[in-house]
Write a protein that binds this ligand. Structure first.
Ligand SMILES: Nc1ncnc2c1ncn2[C@@H]1O[C@H](COP(=O)(O)OP(=O)(O)O)[C@@H](O)[C@H]1O
Ligand SMILES: [Mg+2]
Length: 220
């Protein structure tokens, strides 16, 4: 039995604003094993990003439980849990290179990861942009910066929210190749997408519909 790198059980999340109630997650079960790429497809508004937010500890579920082998999600270093958020979350006052190196800086291992950061930036076509600030590069380049940052410490679990959404076919392939190399090294990935070509490269694909997740192995 392969070790689970994250387990979500009976996850419920409801958003309320005034009279409006949105049932974003209605009892989601998910389990991801080391070395696998789990695709999640689903219409816009179906709850995909909310599920990632709950799995990474950004949002507290109303009920249900998230378990990471390394401890509470919100306290895990980027080596355990890394995210490519849909909104990217780059630090605007740091140049590209410093954004990519941020996870290494947080664990005080800048020197140890300088070469890897250079290599990730090279593969993702960011080398010539290294000194620019996020506001001075394109959306696709910003997304690749967030992707390089997430891969820097070879996280045990990578949560990637539509990581090819702003990429042309060539860079989408590079991103997916890098995800596969990560998985070959034992890393796991949850890959949210609605591109058929992107999902075709997942090991299995779950479907989110109105806060309900179904598909092969959805319940672990
Ligand atoms: N912070 C929030 N407050 C209120 N509603 C939210 C919030 N975040 C998400 N929602 C709603 O929850 C539902 C699921 O959103 P989301 O998980 O972002 O969907 P997806 O990523 O599949 O497009 C949507 O109806 C969305 O409008
Ligand atoms: Mg989303």
């Amino acid at each position: 039995m392969v070790e689970a790198v994250v387990r979500g059980a009976a996850l419920v999340k409801t958003f309320r604003r005034d009279a409006e109630v949105v049932h974003a997650l209605r009892g989601v079960d998910i389990e991801v094993a080391a070395g696998e790429i789990v695709g999640i497809q689903g219409a816009s508004g179906s709850g995909k990003s909310t599920l990632l937010a709950v799995l990474c500890g950004w949002e507290e579920p109303d009920s249900g439980e998230v378990t990471h082998p390394g401890g509470a999600a919100a306290e895990l270093p980027w080596s355990e849990l890394a995210l490519v958020p849909q909104t990217l979350g780059l630090l605007e006052d740091l140049p590209v290179t410093e954004n990519v190196l941020l996870p290494a800086r947080l664990i005080r291992q800048l020197d140890g990861y300088a070469e890897r950061a250079r290599s990730l930036q090279h593969r993702l076509g960011l080398t010539h942009l290294a000194a620019r600030f996020p506001s001075q590069i394109s959306l696709g380049e910003r997304q690749r910066t967030a992707f390089a940052r997430a891969l820097l410490l070879r996280p045990r679990l990578l949560l990637a929210d539509e990581p090819t959404a702003h990429q042309d076919a060539g860079f989408a392939d590079v991103v997916l190749d890098m995800l596969h190399e990560h998985a070959d090294g034992g890393g796991a990935c949850v890959l949210v997408s609605h591109h058929a070509a992107t999902l075709a490269r997942a090991d299995r694909v779950l479907s989110m519909r109105d806060g309900v997740l179904t598909g092969p192995g959805a319940a672990g």
